[in-house]
Structure formats: C-alpha cells, structure tokens
Write a protein that binds this ligand. Sequence first.
Ligand SMILES: Cc1ncsc1CCOP(=O)(O)O
Ligand SMILES: C=C1C=NC(C)=NC1=N
Ligand SMILES: [Mg+2]
Length: 218
Amino acid sequence: MIRRDPVTLKKVLKVYFICGTPNVSRPLTEILEEAVQGGATIFQFREKGEKALTGEKKKEQAAKLQAICHEKGIPFIINDDVELAVELNADGVHVGQDDTSAREVRAKIGPDKILGVSAHSLTEAVQAEKDGADYIGVGPVFATSSKDDAEEVCGPERISEFREEGLTLPIVAIGGITFENTPAVIRAGADGISVISAIASSASPADAANKLYRKASS
Ligand SMILES: Cc1ncsc1CCOP(=O)(O)O
Ligand SMILES: C=C1C=NC(C)=NC1=N
Ligand SMILES: [Mg+2]
C-alpha cells in the first residue's frame, strides 16, 4: 500500500500512464507491462468511449491490469468507477468535476486509498484538497485528441499560477504531453506528467515511458 503522504505521492506521480482498451490496438496488458518496464510509476484504468468494456468484461480486464501493477509494485487507480474500485480493492480512484463528489468518494474508499481529482481552477483545486484529494490532475496543458470533451487548453501556466497562489498539493499535468514538452510542465511546478497517447500509441511503450521518466526527473 502506497502511503498517502505527499512526499511519497510526489515520487509516485512522476510518470502516470492512463489507458483503456479503446486507446490501444493490441492487448492493454502487454502495453502496461512494457510501460512499467520502461519506467511508468503509476497506472490508471480509464475505460471510456463507445467501444469501452462494461460489466463483467470491464471487471475482468481491470483485475488483470491490477495484478500487473501489484506484481510490479506500482499503484493501480480506476477512473470514475468508484464501485469497481471498492470491489477490486484498487489502490485509488480518480474523478472529474462532473463525477461523484470527491468528498463522497473519500468516504467510500476510506482514508488509506489514493484519491485524485481533476481541477481546472484554483477554486476547484482548493475544494478538492478540502474534500480529501491526494493529488489534482490539471489540464489539458496542451492540445489533446484523447479526450473528446476536454476543457479548453490551459497551458502549463495554470500550474505555475496554482503554485504562486501557495497550493502545495501534489499536481500531475495532463493533456497532449510528450517527452519534448515535459520539461516545461515540470518547470511550471507539476510533480509528474500523465499521458495516454505518448505511451499507448508508441511503437515502444517501454522506450516512451523511459524517455518521459528521464525528462520528468531531470
Ligand atoms: C484524460 C484527459 N484529461 C484531460 S486531457 C486527457 C487526455 C490525455 O491524453 P493524451 O496524453 O493522449 O493527450
Ligand atoms: C481527467 C484526468 C485528469 N488527470 C488524471 C490524472 N486523470 C484523469 N482521468
Ligand atoms: Mg470522469
């Protein structure tokens, strides 16, 4: 169990791979293995879109991915689906502003699980912290084609603004992140970067994760 303290979490958030079966054209289990091999430090199962698995199939896939994360010693996070997270005893949940309220999720998953919340404004960020969030996901910092209902691009500046306002909560940036633009995001004050396509669409997820890790740690 990853302790929820901010110091541990800031390390764990370094290279946050997020993926669902609609994002890949070969088994997600294979891609996850390779991504962790390369240096991914935390994984989120985000099963969304018209081709997303549901019910038993989604649960089976989640269990397989969870087993890989446990074997490799990285946290397994589930996006949105709090019930599934509780059922599988996942390491945590990530919710957006339009999902179950963070306060309610914290009550359902208990004090030892990781809770991530998407935040686009300082108000949302401060509220998330009050509601028991361990980290916030901020973005899209660059243009992305992986989320059709993404908010408008906010740039890494949004993260700098939060830091200038004194927000110390762990922050992971998201949206259109590649190893080229990772340094700017870390310089802006993010503790880590989260990606879908930079790893999922790479010919070598291991190589992509490794490049991202080096850029996020430098
Ligand atoms: C889930 C999510 N939230 C904001 S942008 C995004 C998609 C990120 O995907 P990519 O890393 O491929 O831009
Ligand atoms: C929308 C999101 C923002 N940030 C993170 C870490 N995950 C998400 N699903
Ligand atoms: Mg959501």
